[in-house]
Design a protein. Structure first.
Length: 431
């Protein structure tokens, strides 16, 4: 019977970090796979006649190396940092090779060691990794294509986060990301350098601005904790919570209409959403807060409204929201296919927009449109009828109480038609 590949978690104090079983496994290996620094660290333990392979930059080749070695009845050990199943190679190898082909001997996670150094309980800590390709400094509005996007989404929704950094995505870069998003005052950071090495150095809790200007020795891990917690409601924010241009009553989708529209979009936590004609940004920003693992792509042609959207984005601490200043449909081709689309304004291009949206919407996705005029409603209905899409219309008219002397009366808001269409799987498959 071919022995499974042994994945051993190691730390930077070398052989001292290994239990007897793990140490014996490394000594008995015919092939040892690991990063360059890790292989050097265990040079004295690895047999002189054993083959060593450096996986640096070659991660995709590791499963084949393992398969070929096992076919030759060679004992294989993969050296992984800390706990191989915590943002490590362990899960990747199990996925590629199968559970029976892999045996894991985990070690302490460096995040766990860092928490011990800072005397920080870590049962509620969320772990994130900045071990992604280097795409440069963070910029406001960046999407999932940026290597730090996932880290930022974890930071804004958790109270305590431990981050595995990389030579490119450093503590300073993470701090500068928080500064760019206007979040620096809400967080503090601690950095542990070179854990379990002779040059280990611990930097206790610091403000974000200070970390942004410093360089730290590699390797390092970071703890980030929130000092203030936002108090906004999760859903159904008051209209006054949004900055808005006010030619009349306010260029905003009112709360009652907004709540129904968001409900009809059938959002999931990881939904990709388009917001076309974003106005003050109220619908898209609330959607982004609900879909904290997703992304909202918004477009607005009016520059003043675009500036308002960015202020609302910063005020609500929404970071999974990308705004394009322009007139749809220009720019939509570069966006990923959406799970839900909201059209709040069309700029006279309604028919073309609906056709594009129905073509790009993912199977089972929802298109929700708000109309205040009969003409636009009629155009949209004709377009949907020609597409054989299942749709329905809801007319919504709310009345809000207003003081009058020592009493109250009801004042009606303008009626709005909410037109909803769902792209069926069968229609998508036949397209």
């Amino acid at each position: 019977m071919v022995e499974p590949c042994l994945v051993v978690g190691v730390l930077d104090n070398g052989a001292e970090s290994l239990a007897p079983e793990a140490l014996e496994g490394v000594r008995a290996a015919d092939l040892v796979i690991g990063g360059r620094r890790t292989l050097e660290l265990f040079h004295a333990v690895i047999r002189a006649d054993a083959e060593c392979k450096d996986l640096t930059g070659c991660l995709s080749q590791v499963p084949q190396w393992v398969v070929e070695a096992r076919q030759g009845h060679r004992r294989v050990v993969v050296l992984a940092s800390g706990d191989p199943l915590c943002h490590g190679i362990g899960g990747y190898l199990v996925e590629k090779l199968g559970r029976l082909a892999v045996r894991l001997l985990p070690n302490l996670s460096l995040i766990q060691v860092a928490c011990a150094r800072f005397k920080q309980p870590w049962q509620a800590l969320r772990v994130a990794s900045a071990h992604s390709r280097d795409v440069g400094e963070w910029h406001v509005g960046a999407g999932p294509e940026h290597g730090l996007h996932g880290v930022l989404q974890v930071l804004v929704r958790e109270k305590l986060v431990g981050i595995f950094t990389s030579p490119e995505n450093t503590p300073g870069r993470i701090a500068r990301m928080l500064l760019a998003e206007g979040l620096a005052g809400d967080f503090e950071m601690a950095v542990a350098e070179c854990l379990l090495q002779d040059r280990e150095c611990i930097h206790d809790w610091m403000d974000v601005a200070a970390v942004s200007q410093r360089a730290f020795a590699e390797p390092n891990v970071v703890l980030v904790r929130r000092c203030t917690v936002p108090k906004d409601a999760l859903f159904g924010l008051e209209d006054a919570r949004f900055d808005q241009r006010k030619p009349d009553k306010g260029l905003i989708t009112k709360r009652e209409v907004r709540a129904v529209s968001l409900a009809r979009m059938a959002l999931q936590r990881d939904s990709v959403i388009w917001d076309i004609g974003a106005g003050s940004g109220s619908v898209g920003l609330e959607a982004a807060r609900l879909c904290d693992q997703g992304q909202v792509y918004a477009i607005e042609k009016n520059e003043d409204d675009g500036a308002i959207i960015l202020r609302n984005r910063a005020s609500l601490q929404v970071t999974n929201y990308t705004l394009v200043q322009g007139k749809a449909p220009a720019g939509l081709a570069e966006w990923p296919d959406p799970d839900a689309i909201f059209i709040g304004g069309s700029g006279g291009e309604l028919r073309e927009l609906i056709q594009i949206c129905l073509a790009r919407l993912r199977p089972g996705g929802h298109l929700v449109m708000n109309f205040a005029t009969l003409e636009n409603l009629g155009t949209a209905l004709a377009c949907l009828a020609a597409s054989a899409t299942v749709w329905d219309v809801t007319q919504l008219q709310a009345a809000r109480s207003r003081p009058i002397l020592e009493m109250h009366r009801l004042q009606a808001e303008n009626p709005v038609w909410i037109l909803c269409a769902e792209k069926s799987v069968s229609v998508a498959g036949g397209a």
